[in-house]
Every structure is written in structure tokens, then in C-alpha cells.
Write a protein that binds this ligand. Structure first.
Ligand SMILES: [Zn+2]
Ligand SMILES: [Zn+2]
Length: 208
């Protein structure tokens, strides 16, 4: 069910907090060495990011030069109104968009914003999904989320940086037939394709 030869959440050196050697060619070299078949390079974006053209041009340069299938993408923050913090020009089928929570909201805001993000046709996957530490999400709420995810054809990422989603989410998601994929959320070269931290979550998804 999970493809261990793919990593669909990799950052690069266009943001201000990843390793400087996390360049696009270094990501591709490392992925080739690991035998990965498909990766998504998904730099953190905001509506006002100024580096996006250079980033896309660089991706377009390298994509034809490797056998690895590379998805051009962005990780965009889910805003409190449920909108995605991503320039409109990238909100279309050409780009792989991970929508993630990067700001702490209260439960009501979180739930509303998540619902909107799942319904957003330009979003491909919900990244590192989990409730905030100050609230819990009950079984019927998780079931509602699962139904929405399936109805809207979204994927749920199994994230090895944050070890998310929590197991109680995964068990219910699995029952509902939610589709998953792996994302390392790499901020350094050695994070790429490294899913050792989420063996338990992988086993939970794979077990019959
Ligand atoms: Zn994130
Ligand atoms: Zn990330």
C-alpha cells in the first residue's frame, strides 16, 4: 500500500532554515543513490515568496536529467480562514501542493480550516496532520475527517519528521480507505528517504 521508494516531502535551500547543501542537484543525487523512484520537492512557500520563479526554473532544468520522477511542489501553510498560503499561479494541477498547519489554532479554527483545506481542489495532500497539544479530536470527528478526505480524493502524508498522524487517526483512516504516502520532510540531505522513525506507523498501515 505504501511505496517505500518514494519521498513526497523534501525541502531545499530556498528557505532560510534547511542545510545549505540541500540543493536541488544534491537532492536528486541522494535520491538516485537511495534508489528512490519518485520524489516531491516541496519548499515552504508563502503568497509573497520572491524566489519561486528561480526555484521552478531550476526544477525544470533538472527534471529531464534524471530517471527519478520529480513532482514540482510546495508546502503551504493552512491559514486560519482555511485558505492556503500559496501564490495563485501555483494553485493548479501542474504543482504538487502539501497543505500543513504551521500556526497553532484553537480546536474550532483548526477543524474549520482543515475541512476547507481538504475541500480545496488545488491541495493534493495534508501534511503532518495532528491535533495541537491543547485539544483532542474524538473518534466521530476523525471519522468525519476521513470521509471528507476520501470524498475529495486527498492523500494523507505519513511524516517521519513529526511522526504523524497519530495512530488513532491512522486506524480510522485505514478503515475508511484513505490513501497514504510517505514524506520525510527532509531539511538535510540525510533525512531524504529515511523513514526509520515511522516504522510503527508504516506497520500499522501495512498490517492486514
Ligand atoms: Zn510542515
Ligand atoms: Zn515540511
Amino acid at each position: 500500500m505504501l511505496n517505500m521508494k518514494e519521498d513526497l516531502h523534501i525541502h531545499c535551500n530556498y528557505n532560510d532554515h534547511s542545510s545549505m547543501d540541500l540543493t536541488i542537484p544534491n537532492i536528486i543525487n541522494k535520491s538516485e543513490t537511495l534508489g528512490l523512484e519518485r520524489i516531491a520537492i516541496t519548499e515552504h512557500v508563502r503568497k509573497n515568496s520572491v524566489w519561486t520563479k528561480k526555484y521552478i526554473d531550476e526544477l525544470d532544468h533538472y527534471i529531464p536529467r534524471t530517471k527519478i520522477k520529480i513532482l514540482k511542489g510546495f508546502e503551504a501553510k493552512i491559514l486560519v480562514d482555511g485558505e492556503i498560503d500559496c501564490p495563485a499561479e501555483f494553485l493548479n494541477n501542474e504543482y504538487f501542493i502539501i497543505a500543513s498547519f504551521h500556526t497553532r489554532y484553537n480546536k474550532e479554527e483548526w477543524y474549520e480550516a482543515l475541512t476547507k483545506a481538504i475541500k480545496n481542489p488545488d491541495v493534493d495532500v495534508i501534511g503532518h496532520l495532528a491535533p495541537e497539544i491543547d485539544f483532542k479530536v474524538n473518534g466521530s470527528e476523525i471519522r468525519n475527517i476521513a470521509e471528507l478526505v476520501v470524498a475529495n480524493g486527498k492523500k494523507i502524508e505519513i511524516n517521519s519528521k513529526y511522526i504523524r498522524p497519530p495512530k488513532e487517526f491512522l486506524k480510522i483512516f485505514k478503515e475508511y480507505g484513505v490513501e497514504f504516502h510517505l514524506g520525510s520532510d527532509a531539511h538535510a540531505i540525510n533525512d531524504i528517504g529515511n523513514f526509520n522513525r515511522i516504522k510503527d506507523l508504516i506497520n500499522l498501515i501495512e498490517e492486514k
